[in-house]
Design a protein around this ligand. Sequence first.
Ligand code: PLP
Ligand code: ZN
Length: 392
Amino acid sequence: MSFVKHLECSRCGKLFSHLQLQNLCTACRSPLLVRYRLDEIRRGLKKSALADRPTDMWRYIELMPVDDEEDIVTLGEGFTPLLPLHRLGASLNLSRLFVKDESLNPTGTFKARGLSAAVSLARKHGVKKLAIPSAGNAAGALAAYGAHAGLEVFIFMPEDAPAANVIEAHVTGAHVELVPGFINDAARVLEERKQQESWFDVSTLKEPFRIEGKKTMGYELSEQLHWKVPDVILYPAGVGTGLIGMWKAFAEMEELGWIGSKRPRMVVVQAQGCAPIVKAFEEKKDSAEPWPSPKTFAAGIRVPKALGDFLMLRILRESKGTAVAVSDVLILESIYEVGSREGLFFAPEGAACVVALKKLLQNGWITPSETVVLFNTGSGTKYLDLIEKAKG
Ligand SMILES: *Cc1c(COP(=O)(O)O)cnc(C)c1O
Ligand SMILES: [Zn+2]
C-alpha cells in the first residue's frame, strides 16, 4: 500500500481520489499535488535506512505514489551525481559550486524522472495509449518509457524540435507528429483529438505524477549534501515542474524531520527570447502573460505560457529567490566554457544557469562563501544540430 492520502488542487484546495487517474482540477483547471500520510512515513522510515537502497529515484518509494515495486516502470533514472565544479568555481571565486548533472539519466535528460513516474501509474491504471505535447525531451522520454512498458505513444512536437528527439522517438516506436509553431500549438492539436482517440494526456502538470518524479531531485540533493540544503539553486525553468517538485520535496522532508526549516533561494533561469516568468517576477505579478514569438535554442525552456506560472512565482517570493534572463550568445559561450574547464557537455538549458550565476555574482546577489547548486538538466549531445546552427 502506498502512503498517498489524496490529490489536492494547488490553487483552490479541492481534493481528488488517487485511486483513479486525474488530470487538472475539475473546478479551476489548475495542477494537482499528491499528498501523503507523512506522519506515518515519519514513524516508519529513518533517513539512515536509505543508505542500503538502490541508487535510483525509487529509493524514496514511501514518498512516491506507487503501491508496490512491481508497478514501477524503470530504466534506472535518478540518483545522478552532484559534482563539485572546482575549476569553474575557482574562476568565479566560488569555493562551493556544484552541478546536479541530470544528463546521466536515461534518454539524456531529467524528463526521465517525471515520465518514469507517470508511465508507471498510467500502466497500473490500465491505460493503453499515452499522448504528449513536448518541446522535445519529454517526448523522447515518454517514447522510451512507453516502449519499455509495452504501451502505445503519440507525440506532438514543434516542427523545429531537436533532431535527436525526433530520432529517439522513432527509434523507440512512437507515433510522431510535427506541428508548426511551439509547444502550445502542439498541445492544441493533441487536445482536439485526445477524447476520440482515448489517449491519456501526460502533459506536464496536467498529469500529477510527473511532479512526483521530478521532486526526487530535491530529496537527492539534500541526501547528497548530508541532509542540508544549499544556499542557492539555479534552475532553467520552462513549465517549472522541477522547481515546483523540489519545493514540495523540501516541505515534505521538513515534516519528516529530515531537514530543518532553511530553504535555498530559488532562481528561475530563462532565455531572453522567452522569459515570461522573469517578466512577471520583475513586474511583481501573480501570473505570467503568454510570451509572443518565443525564440531560443534552449528548446526545453522555450515555453511561452506555463500552467504552473503562479506556483513558480509564489516559490520565488517565498524563497526570497529571483529570476534571470540570459542571451543565447552567452549560453553558447558557456557551453564551451564549461566543456573546456570541466569536461562536461552541458545542454543549453544547463549552460544558461552558468550565465545567470555570473550575473548574480557580479551584482552581489550571490556571495563567494555561499553553496550554489546549478542544474544541468540534459546532455549537450541531444542538441548537436541546434548548437551548430547557433554557431552560425
Ligand atoms: C523540459 C526541460 C527543462 C524545463 O523543465 P521544467 O521543469 O518543465 O521547467 C529544462 N531543461 C531541459 C533540458 C528540459 O528538457
Ligand atoms: Zn482547483
